[in-house]
Design a protein around this ligand. Structure first.
Ligand code: CTP
Ligand code: K
Ligand code: MG
Length: 166
């Protein structure tokens, strides 16, 4: 899951600048995505996921690691892009619910990356999911993801990277 976990914190640390929605508004009079979703965060975030995934691919043939699920460039790309597209889709829905940038939306905030990555993998690499994501792995992802999310955001807040601790 590292290629899906890395893009969000990398986007938070490096994002900013021109927003993906170009400052435009939806027909409800609110922003399409908001200023928290930028091209820089999207591209550098996905780049961070590709980087960590490439390291995983480079070491996965070592005997000590050979029992771990194997990545391919495609699975790494879909996990990384899916994580931030899920985040983007969540921001779109947040704005439609009249939640300001940075507002809390429990459950969605924690699982957006899992949902985004799952959708892309199901659409474009179903065989990887079937051969890799066993029931114990799926349950582990559901348990670990919100814990990591909480820990990463507390750390980001303490470091001054995030404006709010969620
Ligand atoms: N970020 C970015 N581009 C992205 C995603 C994130 O630049 N595609 C940066 C922004 O600086 C953002 C920060 O990472 O403020 C934290 O991300 P997130 O919590 O997802 O955004 P929020 O500011 O909370 O906005 P939203 O309410 O839309 O989720
Ligand atoms: K996020
Ligand atoms: Mg947020």
């Amino acid at each position: 899951m590292l290629p899906a976990y890395v893009p969000n914190p990398v986007a938070a640390a490096t994002g900013g600048g021109y927003p993906i929605d170009g400052g435009r508004y939806w027909r409800d009079g609110r922003r399409i995505f908001g200023d928290g979703k930028t091209w820089r965060g999207l591209f550098i975030g996905i780049g961070g996921g590709l980087f960590i995934g490439s390291l995983q691919i480079a070491v996965q043939s070592y005997p000590a690691l050979s029992s771990l699920p194997e990545h391919t460039l495609l699975s790494v790309l879909l996990l990384s892009a899916g994580a931030l597209l899920g985040d983007l889709g969540k921001s779109f829905l947040k704005r439609r619910r009249n939640l300001e940038r940075g507002a809390k939306w429990p459950v969605a905030d924690q699982y957006d990356l899992v949902i985004g990555a799952s959708i892309l993998l199901v659409l474009f690499n179903l065989s990887w999911i079937i051969s890799t994501i066993t029931l114990p792995i799926a349950l582990a992802i559901l348990i670990i993801t919100p814990l990591l999310h909480r820990g990463a955001n507390l750390l980001g807040y303490a470091l001054g990277i995030k404006e709010v601790p969620w």
